[in-house]
Design a protein around this ligand. Structure first.
Ligand code: ZN
Length: 114
């Protein structure tokens, strides 16, 4: 499945890859021009024929209670930034809040903290 055009290279498209990290199934959203020798979530070394390094792990915001859906990644590719509902726990209470996230070449996405 293709989610959109790659923002980092000319002819790449963002595709969905099924991965397993520490026994958990997780999607990797990656550019069709990017391949890693290992994609287990820990080690990253691009293969020699890779011309791009776009990747977003579906669970990159899991610490904020957020797994990125196809729809959200599509929007992020179109709009550059996207408002998401995030979760944090304060004194054992769940607190939801809205923050914008944007693409980040190193981490996939990053939260904009004002
Ligand atoms: Zn690309």
């Amino acid at each position: 499945m293709i989610l959109g055009k790659c923002p980092y290279c000319d002819d790449g498209s963002i595709e969905v890859r099924d991965k397993e990290v520490s026994g958990k199934k997780v999607k990797l959203y990656a550019c069709s021009n990017a391949n890693w020798k290992t994609e287990d979530g820990e080690m990253y070394e691009l293969t020699q024929n890779s011309t791009c390094d776009f990747k977003i792990w579906q669970n990159t915001l899991a610490r904020y209670g957020k797994w990125l859906s196809y729809k959200e990644v599509r929007e992020l590719l179109e709009e550059d930034s996207l408002e998401l509902e995030l979760l944090s726990k304060k004194h054992g209470k769940k607190v939801y809040y809205y923050k914008y996230v944007k693409l980040n070449q190193e981490y996939g996405v990053s939260v904009i903290w004002d």
